[in-house]
Design a protein around this ligand. Structure first.
Ligand SMILES: NC(=O)C1=CN([C@@H]2O[C@H](COP(=O)(O)OP(=O)(O)OC[C@H]3O[C@@H](n4cnc5c(N)ncnc54)[C@H](O)[C@@H]3O)[C@@H](O)[C@H]2O)C=CC1
Ligand SMILES: CC(=O)C(=O)O
Length: 314
């Protein structure tokens, strides 16, 4: 019997970090949750509140606060820090200067203190920060993952599920590229039990699928939520929990997440959303699809945008 406690450290317990902690707890994904934040009062408050919630769970869960240095025994470190909320009209890329400055301090401190687990990055701009974490950590690329376009993929599947009245789990559609404005649905490989999505849509609704309008709705979805409530948190919390579960169970399930590429899709030295197989050691393989000419152009554009912003890192 495997008795080793699965330990997740959440670094930055604001909207996203606190919601992720609650999702991990309620889905019973780990035995130990470790919270880290520069706001000592609030992080302790979250730990005590979550411990109250843990009392309703069937198993034992330990919830603690720690300093970032106490990370050597951690299996997955989730980065959800932020240097301040976006202002109306800004994009995720506008967060770069502040979040990169924080990450530049955190990651070397963790490596100097023996961290050798998996980094999971949600902080925006997600792909650029994922690359930064990988570059600062010196870890093998399988151990550094960004939540990438998995949240966007679930949004796409949900919108299609609503339109088609078919469960999202049965819709094999997904997004690739940047978790940002240059992301795109990969329609050439999207289907429902082998039938192209556009055909199913036409049969069901009697209308042609406006693929560009749907892609745009997905792209804008986070901003729509942000405009209404000032943040997005539950969707990304579910995304973080799902990625952690697939790592801990060694599921070999393929999710569209941000991975460091080393030649896949003709790209090097960049983090970007691609379908990747998850195991106990992180990314076990990247699935290389044959994309159409149009999709290749969109992917390459996404790579260019991410690389141009990697060049802005401090
Ligand atoms: N990848 C995705 O799909 C999504 C990403 N995000 C991103 O997640 C990040 C967090 O968003 P929110 O939780 O809304 O922000 P927030 O401002 O509510 O929380 C950020 C937390 O980080 C803490 N923090 C700052 N510096 C720190 C340090 N050096 N060490 C430890 N903690 C530190 C702050 O005290 C705060 O509690 C943002 O970059 C946001 O854009 C948000 C939603 C979805
Ligand atoms: C904020 C963000 O990145 C999202 O909800 O997609």
């Amino acid at each position: 019997m495997n008795t080793k406690a699965r330990k997740v450290m959440i670094i930055g317990t604001g909207n996203v970090g606190a919601s992720a902690a609650y999702a991990l707890l309620n889905q019973n994904i780990c035995e130990e949750l470790i919270l880290v934040d520069v706001n000592a009062q609030r992080v302790e408050g979250h730990a005590q509140d979550l411990a109250d919630a843990a009392a309703f769970m069937p198993g034992m869960m330990t919830i603690s606060t720690r300093s970032i240095e106490a990370c050597a025994d951690v299996d997955i470190a989730v980065i959800t820090v932020s240097g301040g909320a976006l202002k109306p009209g800004q994009t995720r890329l506008d967060e770069l200067a502040n979040t990169a400055r924080i990450v530049k301090n955190i990651v070397p401190t963790m490596m100097a203190n023996g961290f050798n687990g998996i980094f999971l990055v949600a902080t925006n701009p997600c792909d650029i920060i994922t690359w930064q974490v990988w570059s600062l950590s010196g870890l093998p690329r399988n151990q550094v993952i960004g939540t990438g376009v998995w949240l966007d993929t679930t949004r796409l599947r949900r919108l299609l599920a609503q339109a088609l009245d078919i469960g999202a789990q049965s819709i094999d559609a997904f997004i690739m590229g940047e978790h940002g404005d240059t992301q795109f649905p990969v329609w050439s490989h999207s289907s429902i039990y082998g039938s192209p999505i556009a055909d199913v849509y036409q049969q069901k609704t009697g209308q042609p699928l406006d693929a560009d309008a749907l892609a745009d709705r997905v792209r804008r979805h986070g901003f729509e939520i942000f405009a209404r409530k000032g943040c997005t948190e539950y969707g990304i919390a579910g995304t973080i929990a799902e990625i952690c579960r697939n790592i801990f169970t060694g599921s070999h399930r393929a999710l569209a997440i941000s991975c460091i590429l080393d030649g896949e899709y003709g790209a090097h030295d960049v983090a970007i959303g691609v379908p990747a197989v998850l195991t106990h050691s992180g990314v076990e393989q990247i699935i290389e699809l044959h994309l159409t000419e149009d999709e290749v152009a969109k992917f390459n554009h996404s790579v260019e945008v991410i690389k141009a912003n990697i060049a802005r890192l401090p």
